[in-house]
Ligand binder design. Structure first.
Ligand SMILES: *[C@@H]1O[C@H](CO)[C@@H](O)[C@H](O)[C@H]1NC(C)=O
Ligand SMILES: *[C@@H]1O[C@H](CO)[C@@H](O)[C@H](O)[C@H]1NC(C)=O
Ligand SMILES: *[C@@H]1O[C@H](CO)[C@@H](O)[C@H](O)[C@H]1NC(C)=O
Ligand SMILES: *[C@@H]1O[C@H](CO)[C@@H](O)[C@H](O)[C@H]1NC(C)=O
Ligand SMILES: *[C@@H]1O[C@H](CO)[C@@H](O)[C@H](O)[C@H]1NC(C)=O
Ligand SMILES: *[C@@H]1O[C@H](CO)[C@@H](O)[C@H](O)[C@H]1NC(C)=O
Length: 936
């Protein structure tokens, strides 16, 4: 062989090696090119992707016996980058392509349709965007598995091209920006086993076509806006094992589901379903998860529900279910969550639950349960949360509780538990929250309580505990919140409490504590302290005075302080070092006074500027009318009607006049106070506008506030028609409400008999108005003065919230020494007003709770019959604590058949008026709770 021929052979060999036969070259090139457009942090994926390795050995590649690529699976490889589908689909042999759960982006191009043999396409859970090429994908008629969900594709209607893909068994389009209705034609995809369309913007009813998909095993439609009922024939889907339609607005009963005997997981929560739970559910042999919370289901739970398979989760909270708690839900040893709060369940906790070893959360609060707690429940080893609150349970807290090593939260409040708190509770070392308030517990507090190192919140108020507060309480280093109020505790306040660094709130009021307040408490950074109504003596440590509110130390005749309006002076000056006292005072007070002076100075400066400005631009008495709703009247008509004859109300913010226009339309006009001047009380009052008493000029914030308030529109909020202002006066023009205020209706001689329907309508309407103010506006509007006289009634007794936001207006409008800063009305003021001016929505909610109490009991917020220093809130809380009977508090004029419902509203009112803001529900929740009580 000549050298030439040898080299020729070598050359062709080299060429053969470098350029393999064409059928092999394309996939290799393609995959190596794909590799260059992707990067990944999972370093191992692509180490096999190189020239030295047969392509069929590449990670994620699968070949058939002829070494042809049939599958590419790069799912969950933490890939980023883009995919060139034109290139990738040159590997025509691909049957399966999965790129799911990565961070891929870019668009899916139409030439994905070149992957003609594709049966399985999974692109889900990436960042692919743009329009999905439905027309092209519709050509891949051999697709059985199509998964595109969880990508930010462009918004689209339900793609009709899908109906070409008649072989589909799995269709996953969750979170894919699909809007509109689900087409009736869906029924033609007869092979579907699994259909997931959750988390889109689908509306309308469930199509009847759906009932033809009898092979369906999984149907997920949660987080959409579907309406209507389960269509007739839905019960044909007998192969369903998983059905989730939660968080829609579906309604009607669920009787169609009673034939779905293979269900393992049924999620119906957050809808408007009603009616009874079909008794057939009790025979579902595979059921493991059952969640129907926040609906309007009534009746009883099937006795045998969850007793067959390994039942592990039930949440039926926030319905109107009654009857007994099913006894066998724990039978198969897997149950971890029993959530049944806020219903009407009665009877006792089944004895069998004592063996529920797997249970992690047991929540049955706010029902009508009674009886003793089966002993074993206290010691269940995995139990993290026991919530039995707001029932009528009785008996003792078992000594077994020491074995509850996982227990973090123990909520037993508002029950009738009695006996002593066992010493063993200190062995439940995971405890974070203990809430045992409002029971009949007695005896001493365990001396070993200091062993609870994780304890954050200790609530024992409203019991009969006696003896001394154990010194060891100070060893509970994580405590944030201690409330032992309203017991019979005696002896001294342990000095050790001063060493709990994170202690924020301390309430020991209403006990028999004696001795001096330990100086150690001075080192605490408390935001709340109440030591009132004890037998404490001696000086109140200086730093506590700064944190306290007026009543913190009241009712302790022996306490004193040298600089407190509320307490007596400690001792004649001669006994102390007078000089030092003054020095201290100056040191603390000095900066404060300085800040105040500065503030006042700024204010005066600002005001004079405004005045100047007004003088330049406006004439002396030019009126400026800002109109927000279309109405036909002029300011002259209104101004002329502001005379004493038309005065219909006086409030903290101004006088209210009824104005009848020529056209017969009635308006309410509020003449706002300025600097504490009461217009109506002035002599020489005249109907002429220009004679309105001279007031100080308004500030720009005023206009801003008024404009904001006027944009608020809701059927349960009084309409603000316009604001009329000149340099001297501010008038707000509102719609007129012919039935006056709720206060008038409830408490004055004019009162008309209110039926239950009317009372309920007022409760829910007012709640919705307030909900709108809190949640429906651009920024939350805190009312700050919710009370029955600010809930007005129109001629159909529809309630509307009035005077909203006025407090803010007043602030914007006031001058530095104005006395009219609204902080609410006596009897309605939330306790936190006492120690913070940081008012939140939760303060409104407290006041709303008081209104609900008025409405349900017919009593005023403050009445002599409640007893000394008691208002309606403490009266109701105390009555329930001592008698446990809510129905007995209901206004006798409410008909008997409605008393139970009224009692439920009262229960909501009790939650609204919880002492700590965080414990009060939001208006949104309150509306939902009230809606569940709707009279039939
Ligand atoms: C390909 O993978 C197989 C099985 O893992 C292995 O036996 C074989 O040696 C690999 N081939 C090469 C060239 O790495
Ligand atoms: C492999 O190739 C042989 C011969 O070309 C062919 O008969 C057979 O069907 C192929 N197998 C597959 C799985 O493609
Ligand atoms: C793809 O690979 C992942 C693991 O990386 C696996 O969980 C998944 O089942 C595979 N998909 C297919 C279709 O084989
Ligand atoms: C693949 O589709 C993209 C986007 O439509 C297009 O730009 C490109 O030219 C197509 N390539 C081929 C080879 O058809
Ligand atoms: C679909 O699959 C069938 C058989 O599995 C095959 O004959 C047909 O060519 C495939 N269709 C396409 C468009 O690839
Ligand atoms: C309910 O579904 C909507 C979409 O319709 C979604 O925005 C919302 O977050 C869901 N609510 C919950 C609690 O998941």
């Amino acid at each position: 062989m000549s050298p030439e021929s040898i080299s020729g052979l070598l050359l062709s060999l080299i060429i053969f090696i470098i350029i393999p036969p064409s059928t092999q070259s394309d996939p290799l090139k393609t995959l190596l090119k794909l590799k260059t457009t992707l990067s990944n942090s999972n370093i191992h994926t692509f180490t096999t992707w190189n020239h030295n390795n047969p392509i069929c050995n590449f990670t994620g590649v699968t070949c058939n016996i002829n070494n042809t690529i049939t599958e590419l699976n790069l799912s969950q490889q933490q890939l980023t980058g883009t995919v060139d589908f034109n290139s990738l689909c040159s590997i025509q042999s691909l049957k399966k392509l999965s790129l799911a759960t990565n961070h891929l982006h870019g668009t899916i191009t139409p030439n994905i349709s070149h992957c003609t043999n594709l049966q399985h396409l999974d692109l889900a859970d990436n960042s692919f965007s743009g329009q999905f090429p439905w027309k092209s994908v519709a050509k891949l008629i051999n697709l059985t598995y199509l998964s595109l969900g969880d990508n930010p594709f462009d918004k689209t209607q339900f793609p009709l091209e899908i109906f070409n893909l008649q072989n589909l068994q799995t269709l996953y389009l969750t979170n894919c920006s699909i809007s509109g209705m689900i087409p009736e034609k869906l029924g033609t995809l007869a092979s579907l086993h699994r259909l997931e369309l959750s988390d889109n913007s689908l509306v309308g009813e469930l199509p009847i076509g759906l009932t033809k998909l009898t092979n369906l095993q999984v149907l997920e439609l949660y987080d959409n806006r579907l309406t209507g009922v389960f269509p007739t024939g839905f019960g044909n889907l007998v192969n369903l094992s998983k059905l989730d339609v939660s968080n829609n607005t579906l309604e009607g009963d669920v009787n169609e589901l009673k034939t779905l005997t293979r269900l393992e997981s049924l999620q119906l929560f957050e809808n408007k379903f009603s009616g009874a739970i079909p008794v057939e559910f009790g025979e579902f042999k595979f059921l493991r998860e059952f969640s129907i919370y926040k609906n309007k289901f009534t009746g009883e739970l099937p006795e045998k529900i969850g007793s067959w398979a390994e039942f592990e989760f039930i949440d039926v909270s926030e319905n109107m279910l009654s009857g007994a708690i099913p006894p066998d839900m724990c039978k198969n040893g897997k149950m971890y969550d029993i959530l049944m709060l806020q219903n009407n369940f009665s009877g006792s906790l089944p004895e069998s639950y004592a063996n529920c070893w797997s249970l992690e959360r047991l929540r049955v609060s706010n029902n009508s349960l009674s009886g003793r707690i089966p002993d074993g429940i206290w010691s269940l080893p995995r139990l993290k949360l026991i919530d039995l609150a707001m029932n009528q349970f009785e008996g003792e807290v078992s000594t077994n509780i020491g074995e509850a090593k996982s227990l973090a939260q123990l909520f037993l409040f508002n029950n009738r538990f009695s006996g002593e708190l066992p010493e063993e509770i200190s062995e439940a070392s995971s405890l974070v929250e203990i809430k045992l308030m409002y029971n009949q517990l007695s005896g001493g507090l365990p001396a070993t309580i200091g062993e609870l190192k994780k304890l954050n919140s200790l609530h024992l108020e409203g019991n009969f505990f006696s003896g001394e507060i154990p010194e060891s309480l100070g060893s509970c280093v994580s405590l944030n919140d201690i409330n032992l109020a309203g017991n019979f505790l005696s002896g001294k306040i342990p000095a050790s409490l001063g060493s709990i660094r994170g202690l924020n709130s301390l309430n020991l009021s209403g006990n028999k504590l004696s001795g001096e307040i330990p100086a150690s408490l001075s080192s605490l950074k408390l935001s709340f302290i109440d030591l009132s109504n004890n037998m404490l003596i001696g000086p109140v440590p200086e730093s506590l005075l700064a944190e306290a509110y007026g009543g913190s130390f009241a009712g302790n005749p022996g306490l004193c302080a040298d600089r407190s309006k509320n307490l007596g002076r400690c001792s004649p000056v001669s006994h102390r070092s007078g000089g030092l006292g003054v020095a201290k005072y100056c040191f603390i007070g000095g900066p404060l006074v300085l800040v105040l002076l500065l503030l006042i100075a700024c204010f005066i400066l600002k005001r004079s500027k405004v005045k100047k400005c007004n003088n330049v631009t406006d004439g002396d008495f030019s009126w400026d009318m800002k109109q927000f709703h279309v109405i036909s009247f002029d300011e002259g008509e209104i101004l002329q009607s502001l005379k004493p004859d038309n005065l219909i109300g006086k409030g903290g913010s101004g006088n209210v006049y009824k104005v009848e226009l020529g056209c017969g339309k009635k308006l309410a006009v509020k003449h706002m106070w300025r600097s504490g001047i009461d217009v109506g009380e002035r002599k020489n009052y005249s109907s002429s506008a220009t004679m309105l008493p001279k007031q100080k000029s308004r500030l720009p914030e005023y206009d801003a506030e008024v404009v904001a308030l006027s944009s608020i529109r809701h059927v349960n909020v009084v309409k603000l028609y316009c604001s009329i202002t000149n340099e001297d006066a501010n008038l707000l023009v509102y719609e007129y409400m012919s039935n006056g205020s709720l206060w008038d209706q409830l408490h004055t001689y004019q009162k008309i008999e209110m039926g239950w329907d009317v009372r309920y309508k007022i409760a829910i309407g007012a709640a919705k108005g307030l909900e709108y103010l809190h949640h429906g506006c651009e920024r939350p509007v805190i009312h700050r003065d919710v009370k029955s006289s600010n809930i007005l009634l129109d001629k159909e007794m529809k309630p509307k919230i009035a005077d909203f936001g006025l407090a803010k207006i007043m602030q914007a409008n006031r001058d530095a020494n104005s006395s009219h800063v609204i902080v609410g009305t006596y009897g309605y003021i939330a306790p936190e007003y006492g120690y913070t001016f940081n008012v939140t929505e939760k303060s409104d909610i407290y006041s709303f709770g008081v209104v609900l109490m008025e409405l349900m009991t017919g009593k005023k917020p403050v009445e002599p019959e409640f007893g000394e220093n008691k208002d309606i809130v403490s009266w109701i809380h105390d009555e329930i604590r001592s008698k446990g009977n809510v129905v007995g508090l209901v206004d006798p004029s409410i008909p008997d058949e409605a008393k139970r419902d009224a009692a439920k509203v009262l229960t909501i009112a009790i939650r609204c008026t919880m002492r700590f803001p965080a414990q009060r529900p939001s208006m949104r929740i309150i509306v939902q709770m009230l809606e569940q009580i709707e009279p039939v």
